[in-house]
Design a binder for this molecule. Structure first.
Ligand code: ARG
Length: 585
C-alpha cells in the first residue's frame, strides 16, 4: 500500500500542478519543526526560481489548492515560502486502518524480490564459540529477517571454518593422547566406531592445548601441518575423525545459536568449497587470469584510482597450499551455481575488509560473478569492554558466548526477583528472554561499522534506549489489553482525540518508511531507532490518557485499538531484530 508520506507528496504535487508549477516541487517531508507542523514542503523555493516570482506567492497559491483536499487539518504558507502541514485526524486514522488490515502493516517491497545468500556466523569448528562471532550472528540474523520481510528469498549460510589447521592440530593432539585408536592405524580396514572418541568439553580443551603446544613445540607443529595435509587429501582415518569432530561441534553450535534465537538455512563450510577449487584454478589458468608471482599463483586486482594499495589475491602459495581467499572464491562459484543469487552479503569484523575486496575483484575479473550480482561485505566494529579494549572476561581471557549469556541472564533474573512480580520459575524463564533482548539490542542499536562498549547494566536497564525497555512497553500494552476484558483483536482505529494519540498514530504511520530505510541500507539500527521512538510515543500516550478508566466506551475502544496496533508494530520490530517479548516482567 502507498506510504503516508507518498500520499501526502502526491496531494501536494497535484496542488503545485493545478497552480501551474512543476509537480516535482511537491515533495513532502516530516517536519523538522514539530512545534509548528507535522509535515512540510519546501518546493515553493525551487519553483520560484523558474517562475521568477516570490516563493511566498507560490506557497499561497498551492495552499489555496490544498484547502479542499480533506487530507490536511491545516496548511499554511510561511515566509519565505514554506508550506506547513498538519494532517487531518480522520485521514490519518483512515490510513492507519488500511495499515491495520494489511498483511505486514502496509510494508511492501517496492522493488523486485531478490535471491540473497547471506554469509554470517562463520564460527570455526572445534574452537569454542565466543564473542568474536557473536556480532556476525546477531547482525546477520536481523538482516535476514529484514530482507525476508520485504519479500527477498534469503539463504542463510553459516559458512563454518571447518577445514583449516585447527583440524590438523586436534588430530595431531589426539594421536599423541590415544595412539591406539583405529583412526591412526594405516592397516585398519574395518568400520570405524560410531561414537566419537571425545566429548564436546574434551574437544574444547584439546584445541587450545594443541594450539599452545604448536607455538613452542616445533615437531608437534609439523605433525599438525601434516595432519592437516592428510585430512585435506582425505586420508581415511583422519577424515573419519574429522567427521566426528564435525558432528560433535555442530550439535554444540546448534544449541548455542538456538539460545540466541539465531538459525541458518544451510550449514556449509570451507570444506564444501574444496571440490570446486581444482576446476576453478584450471579455468582461471586457461583464461590467463592467474599469474605466477614468486612461485605463488595470484590474480592481480589493483585498479586505477585505488586510494590505497590493493595487493594481488593469492590463490595458491608457493608450497601448493590454498588459502582463505581460494576457499571464498570457490564458495562463490558454488553459490552462483546453486542459487544464482542477486546478491551475496558477508558479515565479518572489519579487519577482513581487504580480504573481501580482493576476493570480490577476483570474482568480477574472472567473470565468476556477473555484473548484475551484487557482492557486499559489511565489516563491523568490535565489542569493547568499559576500558575501551576488546571485551574480555574478568580473568582476562576471551569470553565464551555461553558464559556471557549466562552472566546477563543471572543479572536480569536478580532484577526481576527484586521487583517481586514473578514467581522464581517464571522469573528464570523471563530472564532468558530479556537477556537475549538486552544483548541483541545493545549490539544492533549501534551502526554496525562502529565499535561499541558492552555495558551489562545499561543494556539490561528497563528504561532508556534498550531492548528490555521495548519489551517492557509491549508487556505494558499486553497487561492493559488483558485487563480491558472485552475482545480487542479487531477494533477499528478512530480519529485521534488528543495530541498524544495523534503523535502515536503518526509514529505508527511512519513504520513502512522507516523499515524501508532499514531494508535499503541493510541497517538493523534503523529498526531499533524506529522501535525506540514508537515505544516513546506509546508510553507518552499511556501516561496522558486514562485508557482503562475512560467512561465513554467508544473512546475507550479507539484507545484500545490504537495500543493493539502499537503492540503489533513493536512485535514486528523486535521480531526483525531477532528477539521476542515475555507476557510479564
Ligand atoms: N571463519 C571465519 C572467521 O572466523 C569467518 C568466515 C566468514 N565468511 C567467509 N565466507 N569468509 O574469521
Amino acid at each position: 500500500m502507498e506510504k503516508l508520506i507518498d500520499k501526502l507528496s502526491s496531494a501536494v504535487s497535484a496542488a503545485f500542478s493545478a497552480a501551474g508549477y512543476a509537480p516535482g516541487c511537491g515533495k513532502v517531508t516530516v517536519s523538522n519543526r514539530p512545534d509548528l507542523c507535522e509535515f512540510q514542503c519546501n518546493g515553493a523555493m525551487p519553483a520560484a526560481k523558474s517562475a521568477h516570482k516570490a516563493p511566498i506567492l507560490i506557497a499561497n497559491e498551492v495552499v489555496a489548492q490544498l484547502k479542499g483536499s480533506g487530507l490536511f487539518s491545516s496548511c499554511e504558507a510561511v515566509a519565505p515560502g514554506f508550506i506547513n502541514l498538519r494532517l487531518s485526524e480522520a485521514a490519518l486514522a483512515e490510513h492507519l486502518e488500511q495499515m491495520r488490515l494489511s498483511d505486514r502493516l502496509g510494508v511492501t517491497g517496492e522493488h523486485k524480490a531478490r535471491t540473497v545468500v547471506l554469509d554470517y556466523g562463520g564460527p570455526n569448528v572445534a574452537k569454542p564459540l565466543h564473542i568474536g562471532h557473536l556480532r556476525s550472528a546477531i547482525i546477520g540474523e536481523s538482516i535476514k529477517r529484514i530482507y525476508r520481510y520485504f519479500g527477498d528469498t534469503v539463504i542463510g549460510d553459516i559458512h563454518l571454518g571447518d577445514w583449516g589447521l585447527q583440524m590438523g592440530l586436534i588430530i595431531a593432539e589426539l594421536r599423541e593422547r590415544q595412539p591406539d585408536l583405529p583412526y591412526f592405524d594405516d592397516a585398519f580396514t574395518g568400520e570405524y566406531p560410531e561414537e566419537a572418541p571425545f566429548t564436546i568439553s574434551e574437544l574444547e580443551e584439546i584445541y587450545p592445548t594443541a594450539s599452545a603446544k604448536s607455538k613452542t613445540d616445533e615437531a608437534f607443529a609439523k605433525k599438525a601441518h601434516e595432519a592437516t595435509y592428510y585430512l585435506q587429501n582425505h586420508k581415511r582415518g583422519y577424515y573419519a575423525l574429522w567427521q566426528h569432530i564435525m558432528r560433535v561441534s555442530v550439535a554444540d553450535l546448534k544449541r548455542n545459536y538456538e539460545n540466541l534465537n539465531v538459525s541458518f538455512d544451510i550449514w556449509k563450510g570451507e570444506s564444501d568449497a574444496e571440490a570446486y577449487i581444482p576446476p576453478m584454478l584450471e579455468k582461471l589458468e586457461v583464461q590467463g587470469i592467474l599469474q605466477e608471482s614468486e612461485g605463488a599463483k595470484v590474480i592481480p586486482v589493483a585498479e586505477e584510482g585505488d586510494k590505497k594499495e590493493i595487493p594481488p589475491c593469492i590463490l595458491v602459495k608457493s608450497d601448493g597450499a590454498t588459502l582463505y581467499a581460494t576457499t571464498d572464491l570457490a564458495t562463490i562459484v558454488q553459490r552462483m551455481e546453486d542459487y544464482h543469487p542477486d546478491k551475496i552479503l558477508y558479515l565479518t569484523d572489519k579487519r577482513q575488509s581487504l580480504h573481501f575486496e580482493q576476493v570480490f575483484r577476483a570474482a568480477r575479473k574472472s567473470g565468476i560473478v556477473p555484473a548484475e550480482t551484487e557482492l557486499q561485505h559489511i565489516g563491523f566494529g568490535t565489542m569493547n569492554g568499559k576500558d575501551g579494549k576488546p571485551f574480555k572476561t574478568r580473568s582476562g581471557g576471551v569470553m565464551r558466548l555461553e558464559t556471557l549469556i549466562a552472566d546477563i541472564t543471572s543479572y536480569v533474573e536478580q532484577k526481576i526477583l527484586e521487583n517481586q512480580t514473578l514467581s522464581p520459575e517464571e522469573a528464570a524463564q523471563t530472564a532468558k528472554i530479556i537477556a537475549v533482548a538486552a544483548l541483541k539490542y545493545g549490539d544492533l542499536s549501534n551502526l554496525a561499522t562502529k565499535d561499541y562498549i558492552f555495558d551489562l547494566e545499561r543494556f539490561s536497564a528497563f528504561e532508556g534506549n534498550t531492548g528490555p525497555y521495548l519489551l517492557y512497553t509491549i508487556v505494558r500494552i499486553k497487561s492493559i489489553l488483558n485487563r480491558y476484558g472485552a475482545p480487542w483483536e479487531n477494533l477499528p482505529l478512530r480519529a485521534a482525540d488528543n495530541e498524544s494519540a495523534k503523535q502515536l498514530q503518526l509514529a505508527l504511520a511512519d513504520m513502512p518508511e522507516q523499515l524501508a530505510m532499514a531494508y535499503r541500507d541493510s541497517a538493523p539500527n534503523a529498526v531499533c531507532a524506529y522501535a525506540y521512538a514508537l515505544a516513546g510515543a506509546v508510553n507518552k500516550f499511556y501516561h496522558e490518557t486514562h485508557i482503562l478508566t475512560e467512561a465513554d466506551e467508544e473512546k475507550q475502544r479507539a484507545y484500545i485499538a490504537l495500543i493493539a496496533l502499537a503492540k503489533r508494530a513493536l512485535e514486528e520490530c523486535i521480531d526483525l531484530l531477532g528477539f521476542s517479548a515475555p507476557d510479564r516482567m
